[in-house]
Write a protein that binds this ligand. Structure first.
Ligand code: XIL
Length: 370
């Protein structure tokens, strides 16, 4: 199941990088190159939207046709106190995407991380009752989705609900409402904007138990007649993970479950893998020997990174009938959250453009030769 969102866009012949001191080469844009396959998205942070990073803005405006809010729509940001919403950054983000004719994605409505700290608790510091929490969740979703009704193409409704072993993650949402929190969130989002697409989203989607859990949940939502359009595979990957065979099986399984598959947060670390869980909250202290390339990526590692990314995109092209969007979690290496996760203060090389805003070779090859 898949429908393309955009009509044909102009094939612009443009320079590959924006801060580059190379000779200008004429190459097509990334979004035009993939226009018959899938949308190409980028997560944008607030400084970028507010004009403080003009080079990043040129890259996004030229090469991407979809944007997602990196942080400003998370409940801690947009709804920091009961009854008090902060709209400025989210309004600017939506306008940014609209001004550029992009498919604007909202991220995210229900997530335990960057959760508004007041939301699950009563004055006594204990969890509120299920009735109160349901009402708070309904108010939050109705207010946020309702404000951008008709302007946000799709919402990550529930983010990271499932553990790697396929069980429900213990979060305030699950602990107070049980499994019902997922259908409720989808119901509220649909009430607030019946035309918006609605998605689930999670990391480590190549793990079979996690894949199976989501296939089951998608089936249950559909069985109840609730709207579910897509499932996001975050795809914060590395040179030695995930198992690409299992990753491919997940693309196919989600497609077979009757939803659009979206790669929603793609970035690939070039650094040694830090062994521990994949939660955003898990973060380890800086260790010098885990930061081997502070002043540039050696040619052999760069080649390895580019070859692997070329393979990842081959897979996306192979399944372009199932995949509706490929979104990078950022634009250029200097701004990636992976410089600080899972370890603070490293110098990483995970995105489509390097620190000088030059396009990575694998993509330049892809759009000029294929
Ligand atoms: C990250 C942002 O990029 C960081 O700036 C922030 O400090 C933490 O969150 N999964 C998600 C995203 O769904 O919202 C997270 O974004 C990365 C992991």
């Amino acid at each position: 199941m898949k429908t393309m969102f955009l009509g044909v866009t102009l094939l612009a012949l443009v320079a590959g990088g924006c801060g580059s001191d190379r000779n200008v080469t004429s190459i097509p844009t990334v979004k035009d190159h993939f226009k018959d396959s899938f949308l190409i998205g980028a997560a944008v942070p607030v400084p970028h939207v507010s004009g403080l990073d003009p080079k990043a803005d040129s890259i996004v405006s030229l090469h991407f046709n979809s944007v997602v809010a990196e942080n400003c729509m998370k409940s801690a940001e947009i709804h920091p106190e009961e009854g008090r919403y902060v709209w400025e950054d989210a309004d600017a983000f939506v306008k940014y995407g609209e001004d550029r004719g992009m498919v604007v994605i909202g991220h995210c409505l229900v997530w335990h991380s960057q959760l508004a700290p007041w939301m699950p608790y009563g004055d006594d510091g204990k969890y509120v009752t299920a009735e109160v929490f349901k009402e708070r969740m309904r108010d939050h979703i109705h207010t946020v989705v309702g404000r951008y009704k008709g302007r946000i193409h799709g919402w990550d409704v529930v983010n990271e609900a499932i553990e790697d072993d396929g069980s429900y993650r213990h979060t305030p949402f699950y602990d107070i409402l049980g499994e019902e929190f997922i259908p409720l969130a989808f119901q509220y989002a649909h009430e607030a904007d019946p035309d918006a697409e609605l998605y689930l989203n999670d990391f480590s989607m190549a793990i079979p138990a996690k894949r199976d859990a989501y296939v089951r949940i998608i089936g249950e939502l559909k069985q109840r007649g609730l709207r579910i359009d897509g499932m996001g595979m975050q795809s914060h990957i590395g040179l030695d993970y995930p198992d690409m065979g299992e990753y491919e099986k997940t693309i196919v399984a989600l497609g077979n479950a009757g939803v659009n598959v979206m790669v929603t947060e793609l970035d690939m670390t070039a650094l040694p893998t830090v062994k521990f869980g994949a939660n955003v909250g898990d973060n380890v202290n800086f260790k010098e020997d885990q930061n081997p390339y502070p002043s540039g990526l050696p040619d052999n590692v760069s080649k390895e990174w580019n070859d692997k990314m070329a393979g990842v995109f081959e897979l996306y092209k192979k399944h372009s009938d199932l995949i509706s969007r490929v979104t990078f979690w950022g634009t250029y290496d200097g701004m990636s959250w992976r410089n600080d996760w899972p370890m603070h203060g490293r110098t990483d090389y995970p995105l489509l453009f390097d620190r000088n805003y030059n396009m990575k070779p694998f993509m330049e090859r892809e759009i000029t030769q294929n």
